[in-house]
Design a binder for this molecule. Structure first.
Ligand code: SF4
Length: 479
């Protein structure tokens, strides 16, 4: 929040990497002394304030630049630091209040770190001079709202959307007319798809991994391998995907922005494609705060999930890297993203989801769902935004094995909350808790199967892979 009252802020006040000229340093000091108290500015040097309801997004611990992550607490606080409101929740609320909702859809670029700590006022002045000072002032004071916004954009859009990014608010369909994976093919054929997760091992042995893959293989279309879920290191997702491919199974490669830079992302995806990986799930990833100690870097991510989608879509469809280099042999990718239907309120969540679809998401995997009826409001919002026909949705379902696991998910997993009645059922079940957990999962599946706009389920096994066969069979989804 803007800092009229001083408050702890997450991102450091950035310093320039190079020694700037005295004039630029003075201008930077002046800029931070005005924008700091007014807007909470951290001097990232890549100002987006016009698009973020004049609240600096750099107050988010992860430095998210395209909307909230899925970890907002039920009180709308940040899960990394629960003493603070989620800054993106505040930005969205203010944008809605002030009628600037549409500005939230523009896909905003990652930071150009070479500019961190430097002033942006100089750029603004130069841009105003370029279009003509009197034309700018005339446009800004004009009563004609179209003219006003054109003049405004001619200055500020040029600054926030550099040549190498050129993000927009439009939907970009995949350039490929043919499905690139079995998962995409089944979605397109209108099947109700079943995917699952196999937990990556914590050691280098693959025997159990292979057993788990073989045990779920006949019942699912694709297997997801998490990328150090809960910020705990395990076998990498890409290695598990390769094992799955070797066993004749289709993997979903999960990539968490938490552990990767823009350079790493692009190289990894080219490499992953070369070894046969087609389905890519782009997530921001759980913050290190929920991982084991000593706690890893809790601060800024280099690219958020929306930016990952944008970069990978352009690599796939246009054959260009972020730096503008073009290449042949384009990767074949079916792009996915995660969503948390209940993390924020459905109206706000739908805005973020809309942005992901525009950026390139072709399928969604939701966070765990225990109250399927609550999905209706969210689906209604997606429908209003006309995106249900542009994205395939898999609902996350988990068989709870014990009351302890239910409690753990409820208290420790960002974006997941279990209703009181489910917690009570699990507690009351005592020794029959695993059976109760399966019944709950079957009830959820039965309900989501009948909802318009849902294209399948994603069974998050929570290391209980052997239950997949029973769930798929008893829910009538066996192929
Ligand atoms: S909940 Fe997520 S988006 Fe919101 S401030 Fe915290 S880390 Fe940032």
């Amino acid at each position: 929040m803007s800092g009229i009252k001083p408050a702890r802020r997450w991102q450091p006040a950035f310093s320039p990497f190079k020694k700037e000229s005295l004039g630029k340093r003075l201008l930077a000091k002046l800029e931070v002394s005005v924008k700091g108290p007014l807007f909470g500015c951290r001097m990232c040097g890549n100002c987006l304030l016009q698009e973020t309801a004049f609240i600096c997004p750099m107050e988010c611990p992860k430095g998210m630049r395209n909307g909230p992550c899925g970890g907002i607490t039920p009180e709308k606080n940040c899960y990394v630091d629960e003493t603070r409101k989620c800054i993106w929740y505040t930005i969205y609320k203010k944008a809605l209040r002030t009628g600037r909702e549409n500005t939230l859809l523009e896909v905003l670029p990652p930071i150009d770190w070479n500019k961190a700590g430097t002033e942006t006022w100089g750029d603004v002045v130069r841009q105003i001079r370029k279009i003509g000072t009197s034309k700018f002032i005339g446009g800004i004071v004009s009563k004609d709202t179209v003219k006003k916004s054109e003049v405004w954009d001619s200055v500020f859009k040029t600054i926030r959307q550099p040549e190498w990014w050129q993000g927009d608010s439009r939907y970009h369909a995949s350039a490929s007319l043919e499905p690139v994976s079995e998962l995409e093919s089944r979605f397109r054929a209108g099947e109700f798809v079943v995917a699952t997760e196999v937990t990556p091992p914590i050691g280098a042995g693959t025997d159990k991994l292979i057993r788990d893959i073989e045990s779920v293989k006949p019942y699912v279309t694709a297997i997801n391998f998490t990328d150090s879920s809960s910020a705990r290191p395990k076998m990498s997702s890409i290695a598990c995907c390769k094992v799955a491919i070797d066993k004749g199974t289709e993997p979903v490669f999960q990539v968490a922005a938490r552990d990767i830079t823009r350079t790493g992302l692009q190289s990894t995806i080219i490499g992953a494609n070369a070894i046969g990986i087609r389905n890519i799930l782009c997530i921001t990833g759980d913050n290190a705060i929920i991982g084991p100690s000593p706690t890893s870097n809790m601060n800024i991510v280099d690219i958020d999930s929306v930016q990952m989608l944008w970069i990978l879509r352009k690599m796939r469809d246009d054959g260009v890297y972020l730096d503008g280099r073009s290449f042949k042999n384009l990767p074949k990718i079916f792009l996915g993203a995660a969503t948390s239907p209940f993390a924020s309120d459905p109206v706000l969540q739908a805005i973020k989801d809309h942005k992901k679809v525009n950026a390139g998401a072709q399928f969604f995997q939701t966070n765990l769902v225990f109250e399927p009826d609550r999905l209706d409001l969210w689906l209604e919002q997606l429908d209003k935004r006309n995106i249900l026909n542009k994205v395939f949705i898999l609902i996350g379902v988990a068989p709870l094995k014990s009351y302890k696991i239910a409690q753990y998910l409820h208290t420790n997993v960002p974006g997941v909350s279990l209703p009181e009645k489910i917690l009570k059922r699990m507690e009351k079940a005592g020794e029959s808790a695993p059976e109760e957990g399966v019944q709950i999962a079957l009830e959820v599946i039965d309900s989501v199967k009948r909802k318009q706009g849902i294209n399948g389920i994603h069974i998050m096994t929570l290391s209980w892979e052997s239950i997949v066969k029973r769930i798929v069979t008893e829910s009538g989804l066996c192929r």
